[in-house]
Design a protein around this ligand. Structure first.
Ligand SMILES: *Cc1c(COP(=O)(O)O)cnc(C)c1O
Length: 379
């Protein structure tokens, strides 16, 4: 008999979400409007430290609105990290702008600040500065935001942080994404906490968030007859989803603690295996460890990530490769990339292990035993 499936990062409800959804039903705001949306926005701001937050239908929508508000348009360059999920990159294409992909630092797996510094200096010389930079807080590890903000401020380039994976992550003494012009957070079903589907755009600039909210509601001017001076999107979050998100944010700190514990469990149980390594944690922050990632060095005696993934799959355990770098994706063939060897190596050697906070000790033991067996078989 096949054992029950262990998913990579499934939703984990606290129980409170149901009551909050019932409240929405009782109020009849079963719509992308009503008081629960404001409660969700306040809860996000309470966690991230932002005074201004717009709830939207996804993290992708949040990035898109940020690009619109940063004035990104056809022919502009937007610089971002190559090692990421396409949700933060596709909006660059929505605006007909040109993405340029940067390699990551091996110490943080986030955008390489030295490469960025050199490229900005060169671009300023050529008069070809990017219209925006989107650093990514990868797998819940913050980018080195202060260094990036200082560089970009020198050239007056706005920074939009893709903090989709970093709800609950700390950078220095603040939340990940705080301090940039915009931060985008995701509450998709696979993230550390979820609203079923949803996102949030946050900023310290209230006028920008007001504008984002307006664009997310089809850009209606304040007139009863639907007046439009520009066009927008239907990017509003449903109150039902907001209710789930409010319930989840109440227990965020527990979820972060458990994700970190899962990571430490893997490291303690597998760290002695030949050729295995783990995603590093940057000294400047505290990652939420959204996913636990192992790296496998075949030359040092580890199996390949694909071998291990298939061995886990045979036991009905879901594992995934590290994000395939954007500069290697067919859709971005020919796009400019700056460096790239580090992200290519992480793609070739990395494997994301099941990281769901609802996993039992028995689930973890099953995963660990399956992984260890792959080394024993080779010995
Ligand atoms: C999940 C994710 C997004 C997109 O968020 P959605 O809510 O799924 O649209 C963007 N960037 C990164 C890095 C992500 O992991």
């Amino acid at each position: 008999m096949t054992p029950p499936r262990i998913f990579l990062s499934p939703p984990h409800m606290s129980g409170r979400e149901r009551e909050l959804v019932d409240e929405v039903f009782a109020s009849n705001y079963v719509a992308p409007a009503g008081p629960m949306i404001g409660r969700f926005e306040d809860a996000v701001g309470g966690v991230t430290g932002h005074a201004h937050v717009a709830a939207v239908s996804s993290g992708t929508a949040a990035i898109h609105l940020a690009l619109r508000l940063a004035g990104v348009g056809a022919g502009d360059e937007v610089w971002t990290s190559s090692l990421t999920f396409i949700g933060g990159v596709a909006p660059i294409l929505y605006e007909k702008a040109t993405p340029v992909f940067f390699d990551v630092s091996p110490e943080t797996w986030t955008i390489d600040v030295d490469l960025l510094a050199r490229a900005l200096d060169e671009a300023a010389g050529n008069g070809r500065l990017p219209r925006a930079v989107i650093p990514v807080d990868l797998y819940g590890q913050s980018c080195d935001l202060d260094a990036i903000l200082a560089l970009c401020a020198r050239y007056d380039v706005p920074v939009i942080v893709d903090s989709a994976e970093a709800v609950g992550t700390r950078y220095k003494d603040r939340h990940a994404g705080k301090g940039a012009l915009f931060a985008a957070y995701s509450f998709n079903g696979n993230k550390i906490v979820t609203s079923s589907g949803g996102g949030a755009l946050a900023s310290d600039d209230g006028a920008l968030i007001e504008r984002a909210r307006m664009l997310s509601q089809q850009a209606r001017e304040p007139a009863a007859h639907y007046e439009h001076e520009t066009y927008g999107y239907n990017y509003r979050l449903s109150s039902l989803c907001a209710a789930v998100g409010v319930g989840q944010l109440e227990i965020l700190s527990e979820r972060v603690a458990r994700r970190r514990e899962i990571f430490e469990t893997y490291r303690a149980a597998l760290g002695d295996l030949k050729g295995i390594g783990f995603m590093p944690e940057a000294g400047y922050g505290r990652a939420n460890r959204w996913l636990s990632i192992a790296t496998l060095d075949e030359e040092q005696g580890a199996p390949s990530p694909e071998h291990l993934r298939l061995a886990l799959e045979a036991e009905n355990i879901e594992a995934r490769p590290v994000w395939k770098p954007m500069h290697r994706q067919p859709v971005f063939r020919g796009a400019r990339h700056v460096g790239g060897a580090v992200s290519e190596r992480l793609f070739a050697t990395g494997l994301c292990l099941p990281s769901g906070t609802a996993m039992s000790e028995a689930d973890m033991a099953r995963i660990v035993a399956t992984i260890r067996a792959q080394w024993e078989r080779r010995a």
